[in-house]
Ligand binder design. Sequence first.
Ligand SMILES: NC(=O)c1ccc[n+]([C@@H]2O[C@H](COP(=O)([O-])OP(=O)(O)OC[C@H]3O[C@@H](n4cnc5c(N)ncnc54)[C@H](O)[C@@H]3O)[C@@H](O)[C@H]2O)c1
Ligand SMILES: O=C(O)C(=O)C[C@@H](O)[C@H](O)[C@H](O)COP(=O)(O)O
Ligand SMILES: [Zn+2]
Length: 369
Amino acid sequence: MPTVTLSLGKDSYDVHVMNGALDRLGDLVHRSRLTGHAAIVTDTTVVRHYGERARLALEEAGYTTSLHVVDAGEQSKSLATVETLASELVKAGVDRSGFIVALGGGVVGDLAGFTASIHYRGIPFVQVPTTIMAQVDSSVGGKTAVNIPAGKNLVGSFHQPRLVVVDPLTLTTLPARVIREGMAEMVKHAAIRDAAMLYDIRALAEETELGFTLSTIERLPDLIARNIAIKARVVEEDEKETKDVRAFLNFGHTLGHGIEAAVPYGELLHGEVVSLGMRAALFLSEKYAGLSAHASEDVLSTLKALELPLVLPEGIDPATALEKTLTDKKFQAGMIRFVLLGALGQPTISDDITIDDLKEALALLQRPA
Ligand SMILES: NC(=O)c1ccc[n+]([C@@H]2O[C@H](COP(=O)([O-])OP(=O)(O)OC[C@H]3O[C@@H](n4cnc5c(N)ncnc54)[C@H](O)[C@@H]3O)[C@@H](O)[C@H]2O)c1
Ligand SMILES: O=C(O)C(=O)C[C@@H](O)[C@H](O)[C@H](O)COP(=O)(O)O
Ligand SMILES: [Zn+2]
């Protein structure tokens, strides 16, 4: 099975990618030397598909388990859910020798990871991602967070998982919209580190007509592992985002997060706003960083092949999106740190983007691509 190792000193861990890995979860967890009670955190949709299999795999390896189910969707990434979950963990008898297993998409991973980072001042957790978004991006790297009304991911922590177990076969039950939005982060990885991958993503989009068949899934582990490796190398270089390297993973996210927070959380999926944010960032990259129109088109055509949004949906007020963008974490000392591309695979960070530039980019998003 492809295994990607994140080398982060005492916080190093493996990401195993294998069709069927879910049924080997107990064994893999055991090999990572975790002991104690396994508290499985999942959502109302994922529990129906994979809850029992995860529980069984852990119990067969000798773990006691409990199941903690939150509502499916972005609205569960909240401080209120953290409090409910933490109370449930206490009630279930999860003590400091226990650990959390985050079984689900990026919402469950971010929420469960954040809870693990503060519960009893920190317990270990394992990521078992079940969406493309979570398998190629959110389960790796240790960023955990919840949203608050002021903005996306504004309350969070860095807490690396002890282990990540990726089973691409779990993607067979994903709705097409969730597949598409997850692949936006693959496009991001391609844009910042691996331009050739744009062709593979387009081929996959055409071949599957956006629903994964079993024969496609057979080929997914390599593509997923390639994305994880891109992210792993960036995280190893700049784990806590202090060196202007990890911020590259935020390509398309600054305006994206503003747009995401401009409507009730969950109305637009994360990958959808990253698609919009990437169109805006490509425009600003052409204007300020010398990105060629041809390179820009390469990325845009991939987003189009995935049928991801490139125009602001009706009902999104650009002024609200701008206001929410101005509270993004990338603002420091009143200046926005914006990720641009000088060329495909060559991201840079600019401090020169002004509010007028952001307004111009939002105006662009109201015109057809
Ligand atoms: N921490 C990070 O580095 C990082 C990176 C990228 C995204 N994120 C966060 O991830 C979140 C988005 O994650 P997401 O796109 O996975 O959304 P999600 O977790 O809400 O999952 C999308 C939907 O798919 C359902 N689902 C999950 N797995 C399924 C399966 N196998 N079969 C059927 N249905 C399934 C879920 O119940 C949900 O309704 C956002 O909050 C975003 O901010 C975090
Ligand atoms: O891991 C990272 O670093 C990323 O930026 C990955 C992003 O895809 C992800 O959406 C992340 O949660 C955004 O981080 P934030 O610090 O902007 O909240
Ligand atoms: Zn993201």
